[in-house]
Design a protein around this ligand. Structure first.
Ligand code: GLC
Length: 536
């Protein structure tokens, strides 16, 4: 095996490739239709062969699964659908044997309505200390029949629900996800304890869900469109929480990645100050259209906003909340916008796949760490889910106008010829979401045997990224290039060229062609929507 370059042995998170596992849809070890930890354990060799450094698991805790596990009933218990705490501990240990670190997902903004605290709060009634851990308020209007304020939801629909005794409680997401009151000492203490609980079990990092939403303006004032300050997004007090979390992580050498959706780059960078979070997801890159100027601007802005706080950038193309890359890039509007996600948006699958391949090489050549959502390495498209099988609350809360996020959460195809494409669900039982009938072509076994498949491209690119000293963390420099072409150099002679123009382009001078996302033209030029890694 080739030597691993030294930057990889220290501050691993600065240039790691982190694979996102959505446990429900990765592999079904016990054949009940839902993916589980046994399924992940059985496929750790697959992840090692793919060449990832770490795995981030979306929530695996006890949960009614109203919002795919982002409604946590107990942080110290694994949901029986996924396994047991013992399975999780074994998984963490076995992953380490494969050289893979584990990142867990913590959801501090809210809990499930089945969490012991919320049940106690409902039972204890108005004015009780139990209610103070949440945001309970009397309603407005003559009889308290109106919600306490006008806050917009993070999903469509209401943010307040009234309980039988007349009080209302706040939930930025679904009613089954009551928001916690972060001014309450119990809330802070409990989460610090949960962090220790998982660090003690050997996890290397924690992803923080909805990380900019925790603290609310103490008066819960109405939201005013266009006002400077938002009453619940990015309150200044939130940084105090992350400073105390950082001290805990440091004691275990653990790292954080924050889910911070903020358009203002200066505000975003505050979360990455040296005594706060190590990294945060780069959603501007994820949302960016497949357009050379927008991409270049987003890359420059990203690097510029991270530099003053010395934090590495992250590069993200997809996750469990957004349209699959191959589908998005095949649409006329290649950017990502929740509001524009609609049923039946036409896509050109061949074009989308070509661009997704080029985007993989672009992303993996940029300085920083990379998040790879399960199934992206297979080039999976967004699946059409029949309406009567949709599970995502986003769909229902939009009144059925938004198809929701299930189309990117479909169980993975492992074997072209097996029932449930080798996901593990036997005949007679159906996977929790239906797999499209034509997915045999995306199956791992079929792609493994194909030198031109998306899986082979990812395996090769990740292998090069592990061994080439120019890839990962470090500087980059734009090279002169024609219209519509992105070309940049990394250290040690690595050059990445992406052709987003409609015509073929000449490659810059090079001594070796390391990898291309698709075949070069017979004349040696780089075709449209194709990327190349070169050695100068
Ligand atoms: C985050 C998660 C998403 C979830 C929401 C509420 O955005 O990624 O899946 O629905 O938070 O917890």
């Amino acid at each position: 095996m080739a030597a691993v370059h030294p930057s990889r042995t220290h501050e691993w998170w600065r240039d790691a490739v982190i694979y996102q596992v959505y446990p429900r849809s990765f592999a079904d070890g016990d054949g009940d239709g839902t993916g589980d930890l046994a399924g992940v354990r059985a496929n750790l060799p697959y992840l090692r062969q793919l060449g990832v450094d770490a795995v981030w698991f979306t929530p695996w805790y006890l949960s009614p699964l109203v919002d795919g596990g982002y409604d946590v009933a107990d942080y110290r218990t694994i949901d029986p659908a996924f396994g047991t705490l013992d399975d999780a501990e074994k998984l963490i240990a076995e992953a380490a044997e494969h050289g893979i670190k584990v990142i867990v997902d913590i959801v501090p903004n809210h809990v499930s309505d089945q969490h012991a605290w919320f049940r106690a709060a409902l039972a204890a009634g108005p004015g009780s200390p139990e209610r103070e851990r949440f945001h309970f308020r009397p309603g407005r209007g003559e009889h308290g029949e109106l919600p306490p304020n006008n806050w917009p939801s993070q999903f469509s629909g209401d943010t307040w629900t009234r309980v039988p005794d007349g009080e209302w409680y706040l939930h930025l997401f679904t009613p089954e996800q009551p928001d916690l009151n972060w001014n309450h000492p119990d809330v802070r203490r409990e989460h610090e304890d949960v962090l220790r609980f998982w660090f003690e079990r050997g996890v290397a990092g924690v992803r923080i869900d909805s990380a900019a939403l925790l603290t609310k303006h103490p008066d819960l004032p109405d939201f005013t469109e266009g006002a400077d300050a938002h009453p619940y997004i990015d309150q200044d007090e939130i940084h105090d929480i992350y400073r105390s979390w950082r001290a805990i992580a440091d004691a275990y050498d653990g790292v954080f990645v924050g889910e911070v959706w903020l358009p203002d780059s200066e505000r975003f960078a505050r979360y990455l100050r040296p005594d706060e979070l190590h990294t945060a997801f780069n959603f501007n890159f994820l949302a960016c259209p497949w357009d050379p100027d927008s991409l270049r601007r987003t890359i420059d802005d990203t690097l510029a906003e991270h530099a003053p706080v010395h934090a590495p950038a992250t590069w993200v193309l997809c996750n469990h909340d957004v349209t699959r890359t191959a589908t998005r890039y095949g649409r006329e509007d290649t950017g990502f916008d929740f509001a524009k996600k609609r049923f039946g948006t036409p896509t050109d699958p061949e074009l989308g796949t070509r661009r997704a391949r080029a985007a993989a090489l672009l992303t993996l050549a940029l300085p920083g760490s990379v998040y790879l959502y399960q199934g992206e390495e297979l080039g999976l498209p967004e699946a059409d889910i029949p309406r009567d099988r949709i599970q995502d609350p986003m769909h229902f809360r939009s009144g059925g106008t938004d198809p929701g996020r299930d189309g990117c959460r479909v169980p993975l195809p492992w074997k072209a010829e097996a029932p449930s494409f080798g996901f593990g669900t036997p005949p007679g039982t159906e996977p929790w979401l239906p797999q499209p009938a034509d997915w045999a072509r995306y199956a791992v076994d079929r792609q493994s045997a194909d030198a031109d498949s998306m899986l082979t491209l990812y395996r090769t690119a990740l292998g090069l990224r592990r061994t080439h000293p120019g890839l990962g963390d470090g500087p980059m420099r734009w090279l002169p290039a024609g219209d519509g072409v992105l070309a940049f150099a990394r250290e040690h002679g690595l050059i990445c060229v992406v052709n987003l123009s409609p015509a073929p382009v000449e490659l810059p001078a090079h001594s070796a062609l390391l990898l291309t996302s698709g075949p070069l033209d017979p004349a040696g030029t780089l075709p449209p929507d194709t990327a190349a890694w070169l050695q100068a």
